[in-house]
Design a protein around this ligand. Structure first.
Ligand code: NAI
Ligand code: MG
Length: 493
C-alpha cells in the first residue's frame, strides 16, 4: 500500500535501525484475572439476569482473556435501583468530608496497584505498557485525588448558589482510555454526592471490573458505584432508563447523536464527549525537532485511538519539506509491536472492527489521490496492527481530512499565511482540540484565540491534567469534563 514517492529536492532518507532494542516485556505474573466476570451491582458481583456472557480478547494476540457478563434491561434496572437506594439512604446524606475520604482511599489504592492495572489495560486494549503505566493509570489516580479535594468544598467551588447533587448518573465510556475514562466519570460524580451506574466498552471491560474489586475493598458503601458490562444494547438501556438523572457519554459522534435524540424531551442532564479531527499547526519559526516529536506524540500515541489526536498536520510551506523529511525519519524509529514490551511506541489496534475501519479510510485516501507513506516496520502475524501512516497531497475536502479515522494515520496539508492556517484548521465538523507550534507568544495567543476547539496546546500536545477542563465545540460534544467545569456537570445550582 505504501507508495514511497520522494520529493526530488528533499534530502535522501537515511534510515537506520540503531534503535533496535532487545525485548523488555513487562511480566504478567503479578496480575490477578478471573476467567469469568459478573456484574457489579449493589457492592457484589452478581450473575446477569440475561444469563449471557461475551468474550474479551487481547487484540495483540487475538487470545481470549475472560468471559464478561452482558447486562440486559432488567440488569440495568437492578443497577439503577441499587444506585438510587444508595443515593437516598447513604451517599446524599454523608457529609462531603466523609465522601472525600473514600475518594482519597480509592486514589491511593489505584496507585498501590498501578502495575497490575497497567498490565491489564495493555492486555485488554492493546495500548503500549509505557502509556498505560505512565499516562492512563497515574492520571486515573490523579482524578480521584483532585475530586476528593472538592468533596467537602462544594460551597466554595460554587459560591452563593447552594450546589446540590443530581441523583443517579448513567455513564457510558469507550475503549481508548478505559480506566481513565472511568475515573473521569466516577470521581466528579461521587465528589458531588451522586451515585453511578457505569458501563465500560465491550472490548475493554477488565480494568473497570478490577476497579469494581478495588472499590469493594475500599469498603465504599454498597450501591454507590455499580459497574455493568455489555455492548451498545446495554448502553441504550442505560440511556433509556427513566430513573436516571444524568447521562455522561464518551464515544463516537454517531452514538452521541443517538443518545441526544433519546434524551430529547426528558429532564435528564447530559454531557457528551465525542469525536475530533484536531489540527497540529507548525509555523516556520517553530523549533522543528520539537514539533516533529509533538506530531509523533499527537497521532501515533495510543495508535491514534485518541479523540483529541493531532490527526491533521498543517505545516507552513517554507518548512514543509524539512518537517515531512524529519517526520519520516522519526517514523522509522518507532517500535511497533507487543504492547507489553517497554520499548513499544505503537501497540495493537483495539479491535478487528476498528482495524477494518482504518484500512477502509486509508484506501479511500489513496483512491482520492492522496500520497500515502508508511513506516517500513514489520508487524506481528497475529493480532490487529496498522503501521504509522502519513498522507500528503490531500485536499481540504478529502475524506481523510474530514473524517475521524481513530488510527495512526496523519493527513498533511500546507499553508502560507496565519489566516489560511486558521481557516483550514477550523474547516471541520469537529472542534475538540488543536496544537500550535511557534516561537512567538503573540502568535500563540492570536491563533489559539481564533481556533474553534475546546482544548488548545501550544508547543506541546496531548497533555492532560485533572484541574483542566476538557471538551469540544460543534460535533465534538456538549459540556466539559475535568476541573471545576467537570464538577459543575454533576451539580444543580
Ligand atoms: P461507540 O460510540 O459505539 O462506543 C462507545 C460506547 O458506547 C461503548 O461503551 C458502547 O458499548 C456504547 N454504545 C454503543 N452504542 C450505543 C447506544 N446506541 N446507546 C448507548 N451506548 C452505546 O464507539 P465504537 O463503535 O467503539 O467506535 C466507533 C468509532 O467511534 C471509532 O472508530 C472512533 O472513530 C469513534 N470513537 C470515538 C471515541 C472518542 O473518545 N471520541 C471513543 C471511541 C470511539
Ligand atoms: Mg479486550
Amino acid at each position: 500500500m505504501a507508495k514511497k514517492k520522494q520529493n526530488k529536492r528533499a534530502p535522501k532518507l537515511k534510515f537506520s535501525n540503531k534503535w533496535a532494542y532487545s525485548a523488555a516485556p513487562e511480566s504478567t505474573d503479578h496480575i490477578e484475572l478471573k476467567e469469568k466476570y459478573d456484574l457489579f451491582i449493589n457492592g457484589k458481583f452478581v450473575k446477569p439476569n440475561s444469563k449471557k456472557y461475551f468474550t474479551t480478547i487481547n487484540p495483540a494476540t487475538e487470545k481470549k482473556i475472560a468471559s464478561v457478563a452482558e447486562a440486559n434491561e432488567s440488569d440495568v434496572d437492578k443497577a439503577v435501583k441499587a444506585a438510587r437506594k444508595a443515593y437516598d439512604n447513604t451517599w446524599s446524606k454523608m457529609p462531603g468530608k466523609e465522601r472525600g475520604k473514600y475518594l482519597y482511599r480509592i486514589a491511593r489504592m489505584i496507585q498501590e496497584r498501578a502495575r497490575e492495572f497497567s498490565v491489564i489495560e495493555s492486555m485488554d486494549g492493546g495500548k503500549p505498557i509505557r502509556e498505560s503505566r505512565d499516562v492512563d493509570v497515574p492520571l486515573a489516580a490523579a482524578h480521584f485525588f483532585y475530586y476528593a479535594g472538592w468533596a467537602d468544598k462544594l460551597n466554595y467551588a460554587f459560591p452563593g448558589v447552594h450546589p446540590r447533587s443530581m441523583g443517579v448518573a448513567g455513564q457510558i465510556i469507550p475503549w481508548n482510555f478505559p480506566l481513565l475514562m472511568a475515573a473521569w466519570k466516577i470521581a466528579p460524580a461521587l465528589a458531588a454526592g451522586n451515585t453511578v451506574v457505569l458501563k465500560p466498552a465491550e472490548t475493554t471491560p477488565l480494568t473497570a471490573l478490577k476497579l469494581a474489586e478495588l472499590i469493594q475493598e475500599a469498603e465504599l458503601p454498597d450501591g454507590i458505584v455499580n459497574i455493568i458490562t455489555g455492548a451498545g444494547r446495554t448502553g441504550a438501556a442505560i440511556t433509556a432508563h427513566p430513573q436516571l438523572n444524568k447521562i455522561a457519554f464518551t464515544g463516537s459522534t454517531d452514538v452521541g447523536k443517538i443518545i441526544q435524540n433519546a434524551l430529547a424531551g426528558t429532564d435528564k442532564k447530559y454531557t457528551l464527549e465525542l469525536g475530533g479531527k484536531a489540527a497540529n499547526i507548525i509555523f516556520e519559526d517553530a523549533s522543528i525537532d520539537m514539533a516533529v516529536e509533538g506530531i509523533i506524540n499527537g497521532i501515533f500515541f495510543n495508535q491514534g485511538h485518541v479523540c483529541c489526536a493531532g490527526s491533521r498536520l498543517l505545516v507552513q510551506e517554507s518548512v514543509a519539506e524539512e518537517v515531512i523529511h524529519k517526520l519520516k525519519e522519526r517514523m522509522e524509529t518507532l517500535v511497533v509491536g507487543d504492547p507489553l514490551d517497554k520499548n513499544t511506541d505503537v501497540g495493537a489496534i483495539n479491535s478487528k472492527e476498528q482495524l477494518k475501519k482504518i484500512k477502509s479510510l486509508v484506501k479511500i485516501g489513496i483512491n482520492e489521490g492522496g500520497n500515502c507513506y508508511q513506516s517500513s516496520c514489520s508487524v506481528p502475524a497475529k493480532g490487529f496492527w496498522f503501521k504509522p501512516t502519513i498522507f500528503t497531497d490531500v485536499a481540504q475536502s478529502s475524506t481523510i481530512v474530514q473524517e475521524e479515522i481513530f488510527g495512526p494515520v496523519l493527513a498533511i496539508q500546507t499553508f502560507r499565511t496565519v489566516e489560511e492556517a486558521i481557516e483550514k484548521a477550523n474547516n471541520t465538523p469537529y472542534g475538540l482540540s488543536g496544537g500550535v507550534w511557534t516561537d512567538k507568544g503573540s502568535k500563540i495567543f492570536n491563533v489559539t484565540g481564533k481556533l474553534k476547539a475546546g482544548v488548545m496546546w501550544a508547543n506541546t500536545f496531548n497533555k492532560f491534567d485533572p484541574t483542566s477542563p476538557f471538551g469540544g465545540y460543534k460535533e465534538s460534544g456538549v459540556g466539559r469534563e475535568g476541573g471545576l467545569h467537570g464538577l459543575s456537570a454533576y451539580v444543580h445550582v
